[in-house]
Design a protein. Structure first.
Length: 367
């Protein structure tokens, strides 16, 4: 087992990474506030892993809340189910909420923990690659609004993140690829050497080699912990974790939550950010193509949805959380391995990524 730390003073916490950690009662019990535990999971993950987690919580007074599965349920109505479960089981302020599932469960359970009786402890037990490398770490919690992704939420850190890599064995291939979009993000924004490693190890990751995946998870979590440790509430540096997200969130909102997976939308958004960075002359077209190839190698889309116009993008991007005083700010690449937040926005690059020429370029790279 590897242990990393998210260093946030009195809010610091460990990230444990290893196979079969769901069967480690010691890890869970070390981080419980009291005897009461509320497991929040969903209808897909519960039949797979709930029993295993319950066994590790033997001796605790456990309530279980099983949410409907899917990004389309990341809303007020589903959040209310968590409060219903906590209240009807009479959980008090010393309960610990345990989020067992992907990023949707983690974001909602964390937000519920931040709100229930004005804040109770919570533990993240992420079960998708995306949630293991990204959403379980850093304390961004929340729900979607019909007009924008993650628009209602709170910064609220967990007590611990317990990553059992063995659960990835049941993850569908499409979800594995979605997680790889966020993994590739770390290479592009702050760890150029990681990109070489990813190019070499992509086949092993796609074949679900758990040893190699554990290495990717560890390097990704280390990058995220570094950034969050330096800027917990996104007053500056942390925004680099949003590479591809301004476009990605526009895709998710426009297409309807869940139609494009978050990781797929981020992949297409990252491709758009690569194109813009190249048009500004910050990265070369060779570097842009290398990024696009890696996304393609991971089985991810790099072309935005055909039905979306530049105006559709602009409309959704106007409500991005990085907009300040009405001015759009984007995360682009100053060079490979270094991201910046900029208000430079080459509008023609937006049109270019929606053009037939761009689709032809991608088709050539995919050969
Ligand atoms: N808080 C953050 O910092 C942060 C970071 C990145 C993404 N997010 C959010 O995370 C969400 C996406 O998370 P996600 O990609 O994990 O999606 P998800 O939570 O919808 O999970 C994807 C699918 O995999 C299923 N699943 C989960 N674990 C499984 C397993 N081990 N075996 C089989 N099936 C399993 C789920 O039930 C679901 O159907 C988005 O809402 C996004 O906004 C948040
Ligand atoms: O942790 C962060 O900070 C991120 O930006 C990570 C992103 O991968 C994640 O999708 C996040 O939820 C996006 O944040 P938002 O503030 O733009 O909603
Ligand atoms: Zn993301």
């Amino acid at each position: 087992m590897q242990t990393l730390t998210v260093d946030l003073g009195e809010r610091s916490y460990p990230i444990y990474i290893g196979a079969e950690l769901l069967a480690r009662p010691d890890l869970f019990k070390k981080h419980l506030a009291g005897r009461q535990v509320a497991i929040v999971t969903n209808s897909t993950v519960a039949p797979l892993y709930l029993e295993r987690l319950m066994a590790s919580l033997e001796g605790c007074e456990v309530a279980t809340v099983v949410l409907p599965d899917g990004e389309s349920h990341k809303n007020w109505e589903t959040l209310q189910l968590i409060f219903d479960g906590l209240l009807s089981a009479r959980h008090d302020r010393r309960t610990t909420v345990v989020a067992l599932g992907g990023g949707v469960v983690g974001d909602m359970a964390g937000f519920a923990a931040a709100c229930y009786q004005r804040g109770v402890d919570f533990i993240q037990v992420p079960t998708t690659l995306l949630s293991q490398v990204d959403s379980s770490v850093g304390g961004k919690t929340g729900i979607n609004h019909p007009l924008g992704k993650n628009m209602v939420g709170a910064f609220y850190q967990p007590q611990a993140v317990i990553i059992d890599t063995a659960v990835l064995k049941t993850l569908p291939a499409r979800e594995l690829s979605a997680g790889l979009a966020e993994v590739i993000k770390y290479g592009l924004i702050c760890d150029a050497g990681f990109l070489d490693w990813l190019e070499q190890n992509m086949p092993a990751m796609l074949a679900l080699d758990l040893t190699v995946l554990a290495q990717a998870i560890e390097r990704s979590c280390a990058a995220k912990a570094r950034v969050v440790g330096a800027d917990e509430r996104e007053s500056g540096l942390r925004a680099i974790l949003n590479l591809g997200h301004t476009f990605g969130h526009a895709i998710e909102t426009h297409m309807g939550y869940g139609v494009w997976l978050h990781g797929e939308a981020v992949a297409a958004g990252t491709a758009m950010a690569l194109e813009m960075s190249a048009r500004l002359g910050w990265i070369s077209t060779v570097e842009r193509d290398r990024g696009l190839r890696l996304l393609l190698q991971a089985g991810l889309p790099v072309i935005p949805p055909a039905e979306m116009t530049p105006e559709d993008f602009l409309e959704h991007m106007a409500v991005d959380k990085k907009v300040l005083d009405g001015r759009l700010r984007l995360v682009l690449l100053k060079r490979v391995g270094e991201a910046v937040v900029t208000d430079e926005f080459p509008r023609e690059a937006l049109d270019a990524t929606l053009s037939a020429d761009y689709r032809a370029l991608v088709a050539k790279l995919a050969e």
